[in-house]
Write a protein of this length. Sequence first.
Length: 436
Amino acid sequence: MIPRYARPEMTEIWEPATKFRIWYEIEAHACDAQAALGVIPKENAEAVWKAKDVEFDVGRIDEIEAVTKHDVIAFLTHLAEHVGSDQARFVHQGMTSSDVLDTCLNVQLARAADILLADLDKVLAALKKRAYEQKDTVRIGRSHGIHAEPTTMGLTFARFYAEMDRNKARLQAARAEIATGAISGAVGTFANIDPHVEEHVCAQMGLTPEPISTQVIPRDRHAMFFATLGVIASSIENVAIEIRHMQRTEVLEGEEFFSAGQKGSSAMPHKRNPVLTENLTGLARLVRACVIPALENVALWHERDISHSSVERGIAPDATVTLDFALNRLAGVIDKMVIYPETMLKNMHKFKGLVMSQRVLLALTQAGVSREDAYRLVQRNAMKVWEERKDFKEELLADPEVTAALSPAEIEEKFDLGYHTKHVDTIFARVFGETG
């Protein structure tokens, strides 16, 4: 996590001051529940809330931890400095460190998910706007990077919209799965703390109680969460790769917005490079790099070990901060992207009429020609277009075996671009709903 690829709202979630504030709230709510049960005096629980407006001294906590070698104990010691050692003596009653650490982490991840869901809404809005704007803009579809058949730029944007909409549903599910808390004590048996305390703390922190924890919340939840972030990152790259291809000089069907005063190269003044989408490809790699460590965190020794801890201290802020930045950058790229419809048509007609080969193939079979013979006839004429830059329609009209099955008018009709866009409205209705 570096400032260059970070936004303040997400970064703040992972600041030490935020973490300590969440720790404090967990401990204070736990005291309230303990007091309600009669386990600790009510006045001691109330005394803890005297620190509600305290800005905890991160440097002081670090100073204490340098001696204790334990972060939660260092925090509790600092809290007692504000509340008073006698009044704070029931803080953390029956709890273990992971009750605080894991519940806090899941609060942070849930908050991060809320920001990421808002980010996805920005991307979806940009994709929908551009999809309807370019709904009927015809361009060539490609498979293996080679011209295939006509499609529209609107369908390209709609395809990415549908993918990001699935990602939103995935993230909503991942958020629900990660939003659990555990205040169950050592090894999770509630031996020294009543389950009501967990229920109360979780309700106050916007979580649901973990059905069964050990000394930690099960890490399959976290693995699912980070895997979802990895899928979203891959979808970002999917969009970025398409734009990068479109911006290649020999393609140039679209490009990133190039602002006044922007420079593309320190050496070549003519350059307009797809730097933002190349950056998005790189950022996607960083997010995906967090997935495997999260999967490996699932397997812990017995009721717990701390092999997961150092991993999560890194991947939790890194993945969420990076993905937040990437989604916002992607929304901006899509919103400002420049489209060149004329170049799209020019590229489609580079090999004159060749992309209509399947229509001719199907027409020949409908006219009674065997599929094998029809394929041979069409490919024979198509290869002349590839190798000699001939005009596909003219070659077909000059081929007696083809004209024996199809009239000139029938051949001519097979080169109508509108044939390929007749179901665009149907697809849009499926993606965006009947009302769009």
